[in-house]
Ligand binder design. Structure first.
Ligand code: ATP
Ligand code: MG
Length: 345
C-alpha cells in the first residue's frame, strides 16, 4: 500500500519523436497505479538520442548512464539514431552495453478487439542479445566474398536460458529452445547442450527443442502451443517480429532488455517521424512495456492490473488511436487506461 517502503526510483529516458509522447503516457499510468494503492515512484528524466546529441554533443550522456545504473527501473522511449553523425556511438547499443543486458524479452499477446491472423496467443520470446549472427564479426574474403561469424558460447547461452526458464515459471512453465542444428551442428549443439543443462535445474518447466523453420510455421498455424521461446540472437530477432505481427502489430509490442544487474523496458516501435509531435501515437506498447517493468520489479499484481486495463480499453472498443482504426489522441487512450487501473484496483 502507498506509504509502505521507500519509493521506487524510475529513470525515464523519453528519447526522440513519439518516444517522448508515449513515455509521458506510460508515466501517467504509473501514477494511476500509485493512486490505486500501488507503489510510489520517484521519476527522473534523462536525455539520450538525437535531442541529447544536439544539446550536449553526446548521444548517450554519462549522467544518463549513471542514472540508469542506480535506478530501480528504467523506461525508454525510442531514439533517433539516423540523424546522429556516423562515428558517434549508437545510443541504444551503448545503453545495452553499459547496462550489460544479455537478453531481450518480447511479450506478444493477443488483446480483445485487435485482429490476430492466427487466433489467440500469449508468447514470450527471449532473445540472446550479445552474440550469435549479430556478434559483429564480419570480414571480406577476397574481392567477391564475405564472411559473418556466428558466435555461440556456453556462458551466454546458459545465461539466456536461465532468464527464459525463470520467465516460464511465471507463465505456463514451458520453454521451446529454437535451433538449426542440422545446418549448424557445432554452434547449435553447444547452444542446446548449455540450455538443456540449465533446464535440468528447472524440473517444473517443460522443455522442448524445435528447428527454427518448423517453429516459424507452427507459430503461424498454432501459436497457442507456445509459451516461452528461447532463441539465439538472429532467430530471436525474426521470430519475435513474427510473434508481434501475429499478436496485432507494432502499436502493442512491449519489450525489455535484461541482464544480471540492470534492465530497461521500451516499446518495440521507433520514433515514428511521420506522426511525431501530433499527439496521436498509440501509447499502448509503452504502457505494456511499463507493465513488463512492474513485473520485473516484483510488482506482479500491478503489472497484471495494467495489462488487464489495456485489455479492458481495447475490449470496450476504445478510445483507439488511428493505427487501430480510431481517431483518439495519445492522451485520450492514456486517460482511459488510467481510469481502468483505478477502477480495477
Ligand atoms: P525509427 O527509425 O525510429 O525506427 P521508423 O521510421 O522506422 O523510425 P517506426 O517507429 O519504426 O518508424 O514506425 C514504423 C511505422 O509504424 C510508421 O509509419 C509509424 O507511424 C508507425 N508507428 C510506430 N509506432 C507507432 C505508434 N506508437 N503509434 C502509431 N503508429 C506507430
Ligand atoms: Mg523502425
Amino acid at each position: 500500500s502507498p506509504g509502505q517502503g521507500r519509493p521506487v526510483e524510475i529513470c525515464v529516458i523519453p528519447g526522440d519523436g513519439v518516444g517522448v509522447e508515449v513515455i509521458a503516457a506510460a508515466c501517467r499510468v504509473l501514477d494511476a497505479v500509485t493512486r490505486a494503492g500501488g507503489p510510489r515512484w520517484v521519476r527522473t528524466e534523462h536525455a539520450a538520442g538525437y535531442a541529447a546529441y544536439r544539446e550536449t554533443g553526446e548521444p548517450l550522456p554519462r549522467a544518463t548512464v549513471e542514472a540508469a545504473q542506480q535506478a530501480d527501473g528504467v523506461l525508454v522511449g525510442a531514439m533517433d539514431a539516423a540523424r546522429i553523425p556516423g562515428g558517434l556511438p549508437q545510443p541504444i547499443r551503448a545503453l545495452r552495453r553499459e547496462l550489460e543486458t544479455v537478453a531481450s524479452l518480447r511479450r506478444c499477446r493477443t488483446l480483445p478487439g485487435v485482429p490476430a491472423p492466427s487466433g489467440p496467443l500469449d508468447v514470450m520470446v527471449v532473445r540472446e542479445l550479445t552474440e550469435g549472427f549479430y556478434a559483429g564479426v564480419e570480414y571480406p574474403v577476397g574481392n567477391d566474398g564475405a564472411c559473418a561469424v556466428r558466435v555461440v558460447t556456453r556462458e551466454a547461452s546458459a545465461r539466456a536460458a536461465r532468464i527464459a526458464l525463470q520467465c516460464a515459471r511465471e507463465r505456463s512453465c514451458k520453454v521451446t529452445a529454437v535451433h538449426k542444428r542440422g545446418a549448424m551442428p557445432l554452434t547449435d549443439s553447444l547452444f542446446l547442450t548449455a540450455v538443456s543443462e540449465q533446464a535440468s535445474s528447472f524440473p517444473d518447466v517443460e522443455y522442448e527443442t524445435k528447428n527454427v523453420d518448423a517453429c516459424a510455421m507452427e507459430m503461424v498455424r498454432a501459436p497457442q502451443a507456445f509459451d516461452t521461446i528461447l532463441c539465439t540472437n538472429a532467430f530471436g530477432d525474426i521470430l519475435s517480429d513474427l510473434a508481434a505481427g501475429l499478436a496485432g502489430g507494432l502499436g502493442l509490442a512491449a519489450s525489455g532488455c535484461v541482464g544480471d544487474r540492470w534492465a530497461y523496458f521500451e516499446p518495440l516501435h521507433g520514433t515514428a517521424p511521420d506522426i511525431a509531435g501530433q499527439g496521436v501515437a498509440n501509447p499502448l506498447a509503452a504502457i505494456l512495456s511499463a507493465a513488463l517493468m512492474l513485473a520485473h520489479l516484483g510488482h506482479h499484481s500491478w503489472s497484471t492490473v495494467v495489462e488487464e486495463s489495456v485489455a479492458d480499453v481495447l475490449g470496450a472498443g476504445g478510445p483507439l488511436t488511428a493505427d487501430l482504426g480510431g481517431d483518439a489522441t495519445t492522451s485520450d487512450v492514456a486517460g482511459a487506461v488510467c481510469r481502468r487501473v483505478v477502477a480495477r484496483a
